[in-house]
Design a protein around this ligand. Structure first.
Ligand code: HEC
Length: 176
């Protein structure tokens, strides 16, 4: 059956309209993290991008925030990281939605295994999330003091927090 020109135009309009509304939605920042997010969603949509925002703001070759707007931007990353780390401390959230795989190739741990290791050691999981939160708070203090040297040093310790928790709960098999 051939589409009548009238319907063809209609389909075109609907598709075009959807494409436009998608374009206006996509560039917006991620919505705030919620208690319904899985560990994976917290990592990919909040913790990873906001930690990146802190790491990218300072570097050894004298890169640092200078204008008020630049300090404000890195401050937003730190406050968002604090919020996401607080939510992460709840060890009862699911590791990942069923059927999802890690986006990092080379890491074969499936969400069920991650879930089991968190359930076997929930207190330690919460402690690592709290440690990340404390370090994000320290980053915020360094930002408020406009101290790039301190911010860089704390950035290194934030990285260590990610790594410590991942070694135990995300890819334990790589270290046996
Ligand atoms: C309290 C423990 C904990 C801390 C702290 C933590 N993570 Fe994770 N992270 C996990 C677990 C568990 C997974 C695996 C989740 C899954 O996919 O099942 C994970 C997965 C990830 C992933 C991969 C998600 C995917 O499926 O592809 C990224 C990226 C990530 N974390 C980044 C970070 C960064 C960056 C930090 C530090 C700023 C951090 N994480 C701190 C526990 C933690």
């Amino acid at each position: 059956m051939q589409l009548k020109p009238k319907y063809f135009l209609l389909a075109f309009l609907i598709l075009g309209f959807t494409a436009c509304s998608e374009q206006t939605v996509l560039p917006h920042p991620q919505p705030n993290p919620t208690s319904a997010d899985t560990v994976q969603e917290l990592m990919l949509n909040h913790i990873d991008p906001h930690a990146d925002g802190i790491w990218n703001a300072v570097s050894t070759d004298k890169k640092q925030p200078r204008t008020d707007d630049e300090w404000k931007a890195v401050r937003q990353h730190a406050t968002a990281l604090i919020e996401a780390a607080s939510l992460l401390a709840d060890s009862t959230r699911p590791a990942a939605a069923t059927g999802t795989k890690s986006e990092n190739s080379g890491i074969a741990t499936n969400p069920e295994e991650v879930q089991k290791s968190i359930a076997a050691n929930p207190k330690m999981f919460t402690l690592y999330a709290q440690q990340l939160r404390v370090r994000a708070e320290e980053a915020l203090a360094a930002i408020e003091a406009k101290n790039p040297t301190a911010l860089q040093e704390i950035g290194g310790r934030i990285d260590a927090s990610c790594e410590q928790c991942h070694k135990i709960f995300w890819y334990p098999n790589q270290y046996q």
